[in-house]
Design a protein around this ligand. Structure first.
Ligand SMILES: Cc1ncc(COP(=O)(O)O)c(C=O)c1O
Length: 347
C-alpha cells in the first residue's frame, strides 16, 4: 500500500461510520477531454461527472442526500421539508426525488420570484415529484435564504400540529452534505491513481459543501492540490469564515484526520456573471465550446460559469495550464430546458 492508499483506507473507514442509503449511482465517471484540453491549451482536462449521480437527472446534491436521507430515516421522519431556492432550484428537485426514493413525503418550499411563470426545467420535475410545493413571497436574492429557511420551520410546525414527523433540511450548507463530497473526493483520488495521475488541481462551482468536502478529502489523503472554487459574489458575507466553520463541523462529524487549515484554504473566485441565476456571455460561450467540441453539456447557472471562470483564470495565470485539471461537473442540467432569455433563478 502506498501512503495515499493507506490514508484513503483510513478516511473511508471514518466515513463508513456514518449511515447512508445509497440512493446515488456511484462511482461517477471521470472522463478525459482531450479535444477540449487542446482547444484551451491545457496539459490535461478531466471531468468528474457528478451530473451523472442518477436520481431525477442527478447533480451534486444526490450524493449529499445519501447521508442526509439516512439521518432523516434514523430520526423516524415521515416527511422531508426542504427547498429554499428559487423557481429553478436544483436542490429542491434533488431533495424531492431523494425523499420519494426512501419513502418520505416531500414538502418543498420555494421563493416566488419574477421568473415564476410556468413549470419548466427543474420546477416541472419538482412538481412531478412533490405534490406539496409552498411558495414564499420574498424578493429574489441569496440574502433571502434565511427567510425561506424560517418559512420551512413554520411549515414543519404546521406538519407537527397535523401529527406528522418532519425532517427539515434548512440548507445544503450542512456537514452531512460536505460528507458527501468527502466521499466524492476520495473516489476522485482513487480514480486518478488508477490512471497514474499523482498531481492535479480541481475546479468546481461551489460556495459550500462541495468544495469543503473535496478539500477535506484531499487533505485526509495528504494531498495539497489546489481547489479553484467559482462562485457568485463570494466576498459579500464572510464566506471564507463560514466555509472554515462548515469544515470544522464536518471534521467533527466524520472524525477525519486532516492537517490544520485556515480561511486561506477557502478562497473563492467570482465568476458569477451579471447576477445570480442570470446567464453570462462568458458562460454561454463556454457552454457552446464544451457542447460543440465534445458533446459535454453545461448548465447556464453553475457549471457554464465555472467553466468560463476556469478559462479566464488559465488566461490570467492563476490556474496553471501545465498541471492536470479536474473540472467537477456538479449538474444542474434541467435548467437548460427553462431558459427564456430572462433570469433562471436557480439554487
Ligand atoms: C448544479 C450546481 N452546481 C453547484 C452548486 C453549488 O454547490 P455548493 O455551493 O452547495 O457546493 C449547486 C447548488 O445548488 C448546483 O445546483
Amino acid at each position: 500500500m502506498t501512503p495515499t492508499t493507506e490514508r484513503i483506507a483510513v478516511a473511508r473507514e471514518r466515513l463508513a461510520r456514518l449511515p447512508r442509503l445509497e440512493i446515488a449511482c456511484l462511482p461517477t465517471p471521470l472522463e478525459e477531454h482531450q479535444r477540449l484540453a487542446a482547444e484551451l491549451g491545457l496539459a490535461s482536462l478531466l471531468v468528474k461527472r457528478e451530473d451523472l449521480t442518477g436520481l431525477a437527472f442527478g447533480g451534486n446534491k444526490v450524493r449529499e442526500l445519501d447521508f442526509i436521507m439516512a439521518a432523516a430515516v434514523a430520526a423516524e421522519a415521515d416527511t422531508f421539508v426542504a427547498g429554499g431556492g428559487g423557481t429553478q432550484s436544483n436542490h429542491a428537485r434533488q431533495c424531492a426525488a431523494a425523499a420519494r426514493k426512501v419513502g418520505l413525503e416531500p414538502v418543498i418550499v420555494l421563493r416566488r420570484t419574477a421568473e415564476t411563470r410556468h413549470a419548466s426545467g427543474n420546477l416541472l420535475v419538482t412538481e412531478l415529484l412533490a405534490d406539496d410545493v409552498r411558495w414564499v413571497d420574498i424578493d429574489a436574492g441569496l440574502s433571502d435564504r434565511e427567510a425561506t429557511a424560517d418559512a420551512m420551520d413554520l411549515v414543519a410546525d404546521e406538519l407537527r400540529a397535523a401529527g406528522r414527523t418532519p425532517y427539515v433540511l434548512r440548507s445544503s450548507f450542512h456537514p452531512l452534505a460536505a460528507a458527501g463530497y468527502v466521499d466524492a473526493g476520495l473516489e476522485l483520488v482513487e480514480q486518478l491513481a488508477a490512471r497514474g495521475v499523482d498531481d492535479a488541481q480541481v475546479v468546481c462551482s461551489s460556495m459550500g459543501a462541495t468544495r469543503v468536502g473535496l478539500h477535506l478529502a484531499l487533505a485526509a489523503c495528504g494531498l495539497n492540490w489546489p481547489i479553484h472554487a467559482m462562485g457568485w459574489r463570494p466576498t459579500d458575507d464572510g464566506l471564507s469564515d463560514r466555509l472554515v466553520r462548515l469544515a470544522d463541523e464536518t471534521v467533527e462529524l466524520t472524525g477525519l484526520e486532516v492537517p490544520p487549515y485556515d480561511r486561506s484554504a477557502f478562497t473563492t473566485f467570482d465568476h458569477g456573471g451579471p447576477a445570480y441565476g442570470v446567464p453570462s456571455a462568458a458562460g454561454a460561450a463556454a457552454a457552446a465550446l464544451a457542447a460543440r467540441t465534445e458533446g459535454l453539456l453545461l448548465d447556464p447557472v453553475y457549471t457554464a460559469k465555472a467553466f468560463a471562470g476556469m478559462i479566464a483564470e488559465v488566461g490570467s495565470g492563476r490556474i496553471d495550464r501545465s498541471r492536470p485539471i479536474v473540472f467537477v461537473h456538479s449538474g444542474g442540467l434541467p435548467v437548460v430546458f427553462a431558459q427564456d432569455g430572462a433570469g433562471t433563478e436557480a439554487g
